[in-house]
Design a protein around this ligand. Structure first.
Ligand SMILES: [Zn+2]
Ligand SMILES: [Zn+2]
Ligand SMILES: [Zn+2]
Length: 57
């Protein structure tokens, strides 16, 4: 029996894998950052993780 403790960030364009215990939870989805959880509504570049282009233009 294995508990899943890591998931890909629910932001579709985000490549980050997050540990559920530290992830930002929103609507039963898990995100690596507040930016992703908020759908990048504010014009923040990305989740801030190196190599992630989840909010590139
Ligand atoms: Zn990311
Ligand atoms: Zn993310
Ligand atoms: Zn994102």
């Amino acid at each position: 029996m294995s508990n899943v403790t890591q998931m890909k960030c629910a932001c579709v364009d985000c490549l980050c894998v997050v540990n559920i215990s530290v992830a930002v939870e929103k609507d039963q989805s898990y995100y690596c950052s507040e930016e992703c959880a908020n759908g990048h509504l504010s014009d923040v570049a990305c989740c801030g993780h190196t190599g992630c282009n989840c909010h590139s233009k």
